[in-house]
Design a protein around this ligand. Sequence first.
Ligand code: FEO
Length: 162
Amino acid sequence: MIDKELLEALNKQLNQELQNAYLYLSMAAYFESISLTGFAHYFKIQAKEELEHAMKIYSYILDRGEKVEFFDIPRPKSGWGSVLEAIEDFYNFEVTNTQRIWRLVDLARSKGDKATESFLKWFVDEQVEEEKNASELLAKVRIAKDSPPALLALDSILAQRK
Ligand code: FEO
């Protein structure tokens, strides 16, 4: 059994991960629209990862014998003024997601729910990786943003993401 407030927060995070996937798919479509197919590929993979994050929480809630709940997912932003603007959004979104995960850990701890605290450790570690990836990409885009050849070279690198 999970404390009611904590269960609600877990369900909200599950839906947040789905919202993350939705935003990254929207970013992928934006990059397709400006022919940066490597960037688009990168964000399609990112969206898939977010779906996996959502499914981890989904399984955990069910494993604890609780009810998974789905909420409305707001329409994601669908246009960006530049590649840099989109990647800044990516980075900021991940930083905000880290804050959400940390708040969840604090809540689990305050409820004395050791299992949820332990479950969330994976997400704490994953966010270190997520922020690192986003900040590295942002740094590269800042370097390449005014040089089409550099941007296309970066696009080719991002096309290789597995
Ligand atoms: Fe599931 Fe990128 O955080």
